[in-house]
Design a protein around this ligand. Structure first.
Ligand SMILES: *[C@@H]1O[C@H](CO)[C@@H](O)[C@H](O)[C@H]1NC(C)=O
Ligand SMILES: *[C@@H]1O[C@H](CO)[C@@H](O)[C@H](O)[C@H]1NC(C)=O
Ligand SMILES: [Zn+2]
Length: 577
């Protein structure tokens, strides 16, 4: 948390004094107003508009308005699912199912060949068989189709056509991050044993993402068993390579569904989240990621003629590359909090719903100015929230560097790779421009040819600096908070999930996902893409890609209630069309 501090003096000035100051300014210096710095001008404007009151706790301003708890009209189906998730016999059953799927080591490796050519994909046949044998009712009511062999698509057809009620789509991935051989002994319980110690289920994939996969399957299974038949089609889709590129299953599944349902053909997409339910500012939040940062790997090559080390130039390719890396790190991307960033929505929610004393007044006092577009306040707020800096800026990390093969030879090439995660306000072309502006002068200074991102490379020139993009993904479009889909999701969260500790209320808030999910392939299918895991992820998250991954049984067994209620509520919304 940012340190709590007192508001700057000027923030406390009384309305009359602001009025007086404004009157003087307007009367005497009206022309000069244009040249005043933005903060002063907006402080004055605020004095008139009293806009800062909006960000007081319980201001009733409609900011971060919470939906009512949404109960399905199908009381019988809801009751059936609720009774199940409270029953110890059911707990034992669903825990066994999770434990069993953890025992299938469906690892995805960076260097996997294509499906069909690389035998290591075959483990995914076992996942499919496992689903088929554990969910016979689902397989009976829903149609199973395949996208590129291991992408699984289950369609539980509703009575209404997709043109009248767009399908609800829930995603999960079958693959897990590999367990490195020399870390196996660091696990308290073997990673692929699926050990349940009475409280926690241990193993690779417990949180990421097999708990989610089993929960959504369970939700459909329970609803089928309750006798419910949907009006709105429900689709479950399971990728096989979310942890690597997503090209083998993620993209084929998206293409398959896009071909069938078309642009904007889906009602709502649910996928794994990065935050789930957490406590911040002394308040429980259900953090729904409504956007993802972008992604870019930038490659830099410096090439020159080599030669004997006894006759070196003042700066060889390694020296010049070092200069470039220094320039990159010294010109890091500035932080800025804007209203486009869902994290601003989170701060608004915290301002009006968290205890007044738990949100630093330095933060609260800037929200109105940030909303008004004051760029000074936007930068200052990012500074105040430096402990969460990468939610508010593009990150850059120089991850690989190579150059030189022999101590007595002048190197001919130095190469570097930089990994960037793009702020929601940024874009691939803005980041590329920034890098070109930094690197071009260094190339010129050393009399080298400069090749930017849009160059046709391969210039015969031997002495050159080249920039090139490798993997690239724009920041995800921000999902709307005023759609029916969002209202149904929010109302479902509030109806089925509980706040942490002694909080009275669970506040649903938009959030930003710093990493990427398979949803990156689904942008055309709907604007309503929500990444959210309906459990307390506070500790689980840190273990997702490392040793001792786990999920708490008490939370896991309730996940199907959330997903089943979402299906029922989305079905009720279909009645109105
Ligand atoms: C950069 O150098 C690497 C080898 O270090 C090479 O594979 C790559 O093709 C080069 N790219 C450009 C654009 O020069
Ligand atoms: C949360 O509340 C406790 C007790 O009221 C207080 O001591 C603590 O500083 C608060 N935490 C935050 C982040 O404001
Ligand atoms: Zn995952």
């Amino acid at each position: 948390m940012a340190q709590q501090g007192n508001a700057p003096k000027s923030r406390n000035s009384s309305l009359p004094s602001v009025l007086l100051r404004s009157a003087v300014l307007i009367g005497v210096l009206s022309l000069a107003l244009t040249y005043l710095d933005a903060p002063l001008w907006s402080r004055i404007a605020e004095g008139f508009g009293r806009s800062r009151d909006k960000y007081a706790v319980g201001s009733g301003s409609g900011i971060c308005r919470q939906e009512v708890k949404l109960s399905p009209t199908n009381i019988k189906a809801e009751r059936f699912v609720r009774d199940k998730v409270e029953s110890p016999a059911y707990h034992a059953e669903i825990i066994k199912k999770l434990s069993g799927i953890i025992q299938i080591p469906s690892e995805s490796y960076d260097e996997l060949g294509p499906i069909g050519a690389d035998d290591r994909w075959n483990v995914f046949y076992r996942i499919e068989e496992y689903i088929e044998s554990n969910y016979p009712k689902v397989l009976e009511k829903a149609t199973l189709e395949h996208a590129n062999t291991h992408g699984l698509i289950l369609t539980w057809r509703g009575s209404l056509p997709a043109s009248e009620a767009k399908p609800l789509l829930m995603l999960a991935h079958q693959d897990v991050v590999p367990v490195l051989a020399d870390t196996v002994q660091d696990w308290t319980h073997p990673p692929y044993q699926g050990h349940f110690d009475g409280e926690v289920i241990w193993g690779r994939g417990a949180t990421d993402d097999k708990g989610y996969l089993i929960s959504i399957l369970e939700s459909v299974d329970l609803l089928i068993k309750s006798g419910f038949t949907p009006k709105r089609t429900v689709i479950l889709a399971f990728g096989c390579d979310e942890e690597i590129s997503g090209e083998n299953c993620g993209r084929p599944i998206a293409d398959f569904l896009h071909h069938r349902y078309g642009d904007e053909g889906i009602y709502l997409i649910m996928d794994e989240g990065s935050m789930g339910i957490q406590r911040e500012f002394n308040q429980s939040f259900a953090m729904v990621s409504v956007a993802e940062k972008g992604y870019l790997d930038v490659g830099i090559n410096v090439t020159s003629t080599g030669g004997h080390a006894s006759n070196p130039p003042d700066h060889n390719v390694i020296g010049i590359m070092s200069e470039i890396v220094m320039a990159i790190e010294e010109n890091a991307f500035p932080g800025r909090v804007t209203t486009k960033n869902p994290m601003f929505g989170f701060l608004e929610c915290a301002a009006v719903h968290a205890p007044q004393s738990s949100m630093p007044s330095t933060v609260r006092s800037k929200l109105g100015r940030v909303a008004g577009g004051d760029i000074h306040a936007q930068a200052q707020l990012a500074q105040d929230l430096d402990h969460m800096r990468y939610y508010f800026r593009t990150s850059q990390s120089v991850g690989k560097m190579s150059g030189g093969v022999k101590i007595n030879a002048i190197p001919e090439i130095a190469s570097t790779m930089v990994n960037l995660r793009l702020a929601v306000e940024s874009s691939i072309s803005l980041v590329e421009q920034h890098y070109e502006n930094l690197v071009r002068p260094i190339a010129q200074k050393h009399g080298m040819v400069f090749e930017g991102f849009r160059s046709s490379y391969g210039s015969p020139e031997r002495r050159k600096v080249s920039l090139y993009g490798v993997d690239a993904l724009e920041p995800a479009p921000v999902s709307p908070l005023d759609s029916e889909s969002w209202r149904v999701l929010s109302g479902t969260i509030r109806n089925t999930l509980r706040p942490l500790e002694n909080d009275d209320e669970l506040i649903v808030t938009p959030y930003l996902m710093p990493a990427n999910t398979d949803t990156k392939f689904f942008w055309a299918l709907t604007k309503n893409i929500y990444r959210f895991t309906p459990i307390n992820l506070v500790d689980n998250l840190n273990r997702a890609h490392t040793t001792n991954e786990f999920i708490r049984a008490g939370e896991f067994v309730r996940e199907p209630l959330f997903f089943a209620t979402l299906i029922l509520n989305a079905d009720d919304a279909a009645a109105g069309v």
